[in-house]
Design a protein around this ligand. Structure first.
Ligand code: ATP
Ligand code: SF4
Ligand code: MG
Length: 343
């Protein structure tokens, strides 16, 4: 994939490994994607496939034990290899992240107004009074009732859903071009989750924020994503516009995931709360200790042949009409044909 000059975020061949005394874990292995202004890219895949490490790498938040290669371009700026000082200038201003568990990310001893205001004062040089007034506006933007009162409350005085809204307010305080949301609704119940998704939708529509949304919930993907990137064992396996991916998944792994979820009467993916979560598919996820010159899905794939176990498939277009619409990419030697995929 060549870099897309239109993209607000362009990630190319991003690889992250962690070296310990005993072994090297290849957590992310040549991941590439683009994000356009106002676009929502969902990143899905089983636990441990590298979703969070990818986003932490983009945010420059990985520990020093991480070895990072590849390119992460935010507009025209290259972020990969940047130090804390370089990231300090853009984190919270041009690119921001919301985490799964808001209670651990908020400071319990500061009012929420202070916490929102700190970002505004640091990056926009607002006075204390201006920052407080803007914090009230932001709380209103993310749907917190009576924001002028709430602004002086502490995190423990708010519900889980409201705390997550505060996290979003902090993240969007400086109107970042890119927002990364790592499982932003997993800890919340279904109705609260719907409200949070509405907030993300409206941010995208009103501010043109581009969003990377990491989720296990395919219902959320169907509702909000424009495109989907599917990861498996640290590698990208398929990427397509959301409707196309759901209608015609070309990679056997994606097909396995979706057929279990979307099949009429399927129960495997319901967690009882109405969420369509990624199901378990048979077989073990490979260890991340090596980077085999093979398809890592081969041990679980009923289409695997010798080529699959001796050569790594590239992440390539699977459509014949190259250039028409957003690309549909898959890393597979024998992707499903359109006819097979539609069945
Ligand atoms: N600091 C670290 N040191 C060593 N290995 C790590 C470190 N952080 C993550 N890993 C490993 O990297 C791999 C990818 O982890 P990651 O957190 O990205 O998974 P994930 O896709 O976000 O999973 P989940 O859906 O459970 O959140 C895992 O095998 C994990 O154990
Ligand atoms: S490359 Fe081979 S083993 Fe891997 S998903 Fe495709 S068909 Fe299956
Ligand atoms: Mg994660």
């Amino acid at each position: 994939m060549s870099p897309n000059p239109e993209a607000v975020l362009s990630v190319r061949d991003l690889s992250v490994s962690f070296r310990t005394d005993a072994r090297t874990v290849h957590a992310v292995d040549h991941v590439s994607f683009d994000l356009a202004a106002g676009e929502v890219l969902a990143v899905v895949g089983e636990s441990g496939c590298g979703k969070s490490v990818t986003s932490m790498a983009v945010m420059g938040l990985l520990p020093p034990t991480a070895h990072i290669t590849g390119s992460i371009r935010l507009g025209t700026r290259e972020l990969a290899g940047g130090d804390d000082k370089a990231y300090g200038k853009i984190r919270g201003k041009d690119i921001a992240m919301i985490f799964q568990e808001p209670m651990t990310s908020l400071n319990p001893v500061l009012t929420i107004g202070r916490q929102i205001g700190e970002v505004l004062r640091r990056h926009q040089g607002l006075s204390k009074k201006e920052a407080r007034a803007r914090a009230v506006e932001l709380l209103d933007l993310v749907g917190i009732p009576a924001p002028a009162q709430r602004v002086d409350e502490y995190p423990h005085q708010l519900s889980g859903g409201m705390r997550q809204r505060v996290m979003i307010a902090i993240a969007v305080a400086c109107d970042p071009a890119v927002l990364i949301a790592d499982e932003p609704t997993t800890a919340l119940d279904v109705t609260v989750q719907a409200g949070i998704l509405e907030v993300l939708q409206s941010l995208r529509e009103r501010l043109g924020t581009a969003i990377v949304l990491i989720t296990h919930d395919l219902g959320v993907v169907a509702d909000i994503a424009d495109r989907v990137l599917v990861m498996y064992a640290g590698r990208p396996v398929e990427q397509a516009p959301v409707d196309e991916l759901f209608a015609t998944p070309r990679h056997p792994y994606t097909r396995g995931l979706l057929s279990a979820v979307l099949r009429p009467g399927a129960s495997a993916a319901s967690d009882g709360g109405g969420k369509r979560r990624l199901p378990e598919i048979p077989g073990l996820v490979p260890s991340l200790d090596s980077q085999p010159d093979a398809c890592t899905f081969a041990p679980r794939c009923d289409r695997a042949d010798e080529r699959c176990t001796t050569a790594r498939p590239g992440f390539k277009s699977v459509t014949d009409d190259a250039g028409a619409g957003a690309p549909h990419l898959a890393a597979c030697w024998h992707p499903n044909t359109l006819q097979e995929a539609a069945q």
